[in-house]
Design a protein around this ligand. Structure first.
Ligand SMILES: *Cc1c(COP(=O)(O)O)cnc(C)c1O
Length: 238
């Protein structure tokens, strides 16, 4: 029998060491980068060991899958990183601590309304931005974000921690850099006009998190580099 905790500890330590090395290259403090382990498709049996392996924030891309896992690990900080349908917004609010994939003003308004109804004090969210204007991807278009922010930041209870993006699938990590530079630049411009926009930048996945950290990521969403390869077809949701 292999040792699941030992393997997770080693995988986490290796990712943390790579984050620290990326921070050192650009003189950043590593405490400014949160590691969220993306656990989609990973069995609950393995995930039960995540907290003891030092993984206290986990992310899922489907509400239904999360519904089976979250109640078993209530002390984990659960992040939703996949597309959220309006009809699952209430369930998502119940399950997740942070919703990273808010991709429309309508969805933000619905989350805010439901959160008020449920007496929530604050709901941390990120706005997903389709920085590369990839027709296959969800997210706000960069050009529409200024107007959208005006509306979203006025909504009660939602706390907009920052912007999130899913980079293009790349062969070489370096190819993702332009996407990350664009997201950071966009965030800086927007914060000049909307000071209450949080400074968070959720960017970087297994293949490119070091480049993302070099470009200012404050939250990396790492799946395969911690849990190993997923079954084919289970790539980051569009
Ligand atoms: C699956 C997923 C990740 C993690 O991808 P890896 O390549 O396994 O690190 C990150 N973000 C989102 C939105 C995802 O769907």
């Amino acid at each position: 029998m292999t040792d699941p905790v030992g393997s997770l500890v080693a995988a986490r330590q290796s990712v943390v060491a790579r984050i620290e090395a990326a921070c050192a290259r650009v003189e950043r403090d590593p405490s400014g980068v949160q590691l969220v382990a993306i656990s989609k498709t990973i069995s609950l049996e393995l995930l039960r060991h995540a907290p003891s392996a030092g993984l206290h924030a986990l992310g899922e891309n489907r509400v239904q899958e999360a519904a089976d896992k979250v109640p078993a690990l209530p002390d984990v900080e659960w992040h939703l990183v996949g597309r959220l349908q309006g009809n699952k917004a209430a369930k998502a609010l119940e399950l997740f601590s942070v919703i990273e994939s808010v991709d429309s003003v309508d969805l933000a308004a619905r989350l805010s309304r439901l959160a008020v109804e449920h007496g929530r004090e604050r709901v941390p969210v990120y706005l997903q931005v389709n920085v590369d204007a990839d027709p296959a991807k969800a997210g706000f278009q960069a050009s529409g974000l200024d107007a959208a922010l005006e509306a979203v930041l006025a909504l009660p209870v939602l706390e907009v921690r920052g912007l999130m993006t899913v980079g293009v699938l790349v062969d070489m990590p370096e190819e993702a850099r332009a996407t990350f530079v664009r997201l950071r630049g966009l965030a800086e411009t927007l914060r000049g006009r909307h000071p209450s926009l949080g400074a968070g930048l959720s960017m970087g996945m297994s293949d490119d998190f070091e480049v993302a950290v070099e470009e200012g990521s404050t939250l990396v969403r790492v799946g395969r580099a911690i849990f190993g390869e997923r079954p084919l077809g289970e790539w980051p949701a569009a």
